[in-house]
Design a protein around this ligand. Structure first.
Ligand SMILES: O=c1[nH]cc([C@@H]2O[C@H](COP(=O)(O)O)[C@@H](O)[C@H]2O)c(=O)[nH]1
Ligand SMILES: [Mg+2]
Length: 229
């Protein structure tokens, strides 16, 4: 497979830079357990990358919970307040972000999270790293991002926010979620997928490249500056 050279890079956040996916699983399981339900990985796969209200609608209806989506969002917030401040980084994320920054490659953050959720995840331990992204888009709280992933909106909005307004084919996306990969492809961008090992192989087929962790990424494959040995 031939990879095309790029000039700009867009990062997903949850499950890609930050290990928040395990925390979402705990939070959602804690809520649905009260109703005797199970938050399965199969359900999680379908909603990763969606916006907050879309996520809540899907869980409430898939598990037939006797509460409204608004109540589910309220319950989630209580869980997140406890769990998110101690979020850890995913392997290789800091090294790769700093590498692009040090080599003047423009990078953007394109997360479906809200700004409020971002603050909980980042402000205690990770502000220095995230300050390397001048260009940040928060899908769940940005009126310009009409539709969540798998629709392309967030990546198109995010690319437009670079001062030199790159074309989609100049942008490389990093994603862990199936919906995120579909969104990037729909935006006309190449996408490197770093999936949870439980994601079935057939659901990774749309990615331009699939790697186990960000540690394995070779920037020169996409015409970006290589790591010095
Ligand atoms: O188990 C879960 N995974 C993921 C999400 C959602 O997935 C998005 C993750 O954002 P990102 O695009 O940064 O991966 C967030 O909107 C979050 O609400 C969730 O609710 N529950
Ligand atoms: Mg993600």
């Amino acid at each position: 497979m031939a990879f095309r050279p790029v000039t700009h890079v867009l990062f997903d956040m949850d499950g890609l830079i930050l290990n928040t996916e395990d925390l979402y699983t705990v939070a959602f399981q804690n809520i649905v357990s009260q109703y005797g339900k199970n938050y399965t990985f199969d359900l999680k796969l379908k909603l990763m990358g969606l916006q907050t209200h879309e996520t809540a609608d899907m869980v409430v209806s898939a598990l037939n919970l006797p509460i409204t989506s608004e109540q589910f969002i309220e319950e989630s917030k209580k869980q997140f307040d406890v769990l998110f401040p101690d979020t850890k980084l995913m392997p290789g994320a800091k090294r790769l972000i700093e590498h692009f920054h040090n080599n003047n490659i423009p990078i953007g953050l394109a997360t479906s999270s809200s700004k409020e959720s971002y603050d909980l995840k980042v402000n205690k331990h990770h502000t220095e790293l995230f300050s390397l992204f001048p260009n940040k888009t928060f899908g769940s709280s940005d009126p310009e991002v009409k539709n969540g992933k798998p629709q392309p909106d967030i990546f198109l909005v995010s690319a437009k926010r670079f001062p030199d307004n790159p074309k989609p084919e100049q942008c490389l996306v990093f994603e862990d979620a199936v919906n995120g990969v579909l969104a990037a492809k729909a935006a006309g961008m190449q996408v490197v997928m770093v999936p949870d090992p439980r994601v079935p192989k057939n659901l990774t087929a749309d990615a331009t490249l699939v790697i186990d962790t960000l540690v394995d990424f070779k920037p020169e494959l996409f015409g970006l500056p290589p790591f010095k040995p």
